[in-house]
Design a binder for this molecule. Structure first.
Ligand code: NAD
Ligand code: IPM
Ligand code: MN
Length: 360
């Protein structure tokens, strides 16, 4: 099986965390004889600087040709004031949309060693293992029309549109049900059906899809309540399926249950499990260039890539095990630091995971 991987380090801490993820990937490549071939390109601000566009046509073409894509993060203050159509984030949205990566899996798993690192009480989060399935190529992120203008009165005015078609909801609902079926068999669909027409359709279609999954227990929850329940009693959830914007917000919130946003990997998949893999966090401009970012979310994204795109279960498991061993050694970056542990930087953390993987 061909394993051509396009690596897009991106901006801010992107290149720092990606260096560590690639270190681990190359080690796994040797150890498990995966035959991975890596190539590199730019996305986001780095691409704007190099090509004048946050996603150059040639980069998109390389992404199409690749078997999987590994992404760091994009964006930063340097590009905040440029034409909105050329912002780094637009490059990310375009690659997701062009490759039809509609199924975004964001697992929030608490490593037991990090129970003290969460801002929530250990008993609230211990054993936490939830999966957020976020719709990634529709909804208010892409809805047309959208406009910003000055009204005749002189007032500034802007609006976005939140559309969902039946087929868009159906396909993400299936991802939710399929995921739940191989886990705890519980799916909670999160919407705002008490207010939004798009959510009313969402709920209706999810109900219909549920008829094909009698073995999965389906529930519905309004997003405001879901946000509250996520911090009150997060372990009530198994799989959560939700729209693009709600999923963005709830996954950052869920990340803190695991100790840090620096722990959350993600997979963005098309209908054939071709995927792009990236940490859920951003380019963290506040700590970029300091060598202190947590690379584990990106390293765990490599594991998801090997699992979902290449079915290399042994290698994927080994990377997760190596991460766990490093946490056993009490090595911590600043974001997951707690008493009695040793503070390490990005590269030391990556080295430690690579060493643990090598010795497995
Ligand atoms: P952010 O996720 O970059 O940072 C939020 C906070 O979390 C910051 O304090 C940061 O230091 C911390 N943090 C994030 N990742 C960390 C890590 N690996 N280790 C330790 N601490 C970490 O969110 P933001 O500040 O709202 O956004 C910054 C930029 O990133 C913006 O331009 C935004 O658009 C972009 N962004 C990109 C992605 C992506 O590429 N997928 C995701 C989110 C935000
Ligand atoms: C994410 C990010 C992106 C999103 C931004 C950078 C466009 O926050 O991947 O979670 O909102 O999807
Ligand atoms: Mn986000």
């Amino acid at each position: 099986m061909s394993m051509k991987i396009l690596v897009l380090p991106g901006d801010g801490i992107g290149p720092e965390i990606m260096a560590e993820a690639v270190k681990v990937l190359e080690l796994a490549n040797d150890k498990f004889d995966l035959g991975a071939e890596l190539s590199y390109d730019d996305l986001g601000g780095a691409a704007y600087d190099r090509y004048g566009s946050p996603l150059a046509d040639e980069t998109l073409e390389r992404a199409r040709q690749a078997d999987a894509i590994l992404l760091g993060a994009v964006g930063g203050p340097k590009w905040d004031a440029i034409d909105p159509a050329l912002r780094p984030e637009r490059g990310l949205l375009k690659i997701r949309s062009q490759l039809e990566l509609f199924g975004n899996l964001r697992p929030a798993i608490l490593y037991p060693q990090l129970a003290e690192a969460s801002t929530l009480k250990p008993e609230v989060v211990s054993g936490l293992d939830i999966l957020i399935v976020r719709e990634l190529t529709g909804g208010i992120y892409f809805g047309q029309p959208r406009e910003r203008k000055v009204l005749e009165s002189g007032e500034r005015f802007a609006f976005d549109t939140l559309p969902y078609s039946e087929s868009e909801v159906r396909r993400i609902a299936k991802v939710g049900f399929d995921s739940a079926r191989v886990r705890g068999k519980k799916l909670c669909s999160v919407d705002k059906a008490n207010v939004l027409a798009s959510s009313q359709l969402w709920r209706e279609v999810v109900e219909e899809v549920g008829k094909d999954y009698p073995d999965v227990e389906l529930s519905h929850m309004y997003v405001d309540n879901a946000a509250m329940q996520l911090v009150r009693a997060p372990k009530q959830f198994d799989v959560v399926v939700t729209d693009n914007l709600f999923g963005d917000i709830l996954s950052d919130q869920a990340s803190m249950l695991t100790g840090s946003i620096g722990m959350l990997p993600s997979a963005s998949l098309d209908a054939n499990n071709k995927g792009m893999y990236e940490p859920c966090h951003g380019s963290a401009p506040d700590i970029a260039g300091k060598g202190i970012a947590n690379p584990l979310a990106t390293i765990l994204s490599v594991s998801m890539m090997l699992r979902y795109s290449f079915n290399q279960v042994e290698a994927a498991d080994a990377i997760e095990q190596a991460v766990s061993l490093v946490l056993d050694q009490k090595l911590r970056t600043g974001d997951i630091m707690s008493e009695g542990c040793q503070l390490v930087g990005t590269a030391q953390m990556g080295d430690a995971v690579a060493a643990a993987l090598k010795n497995l």
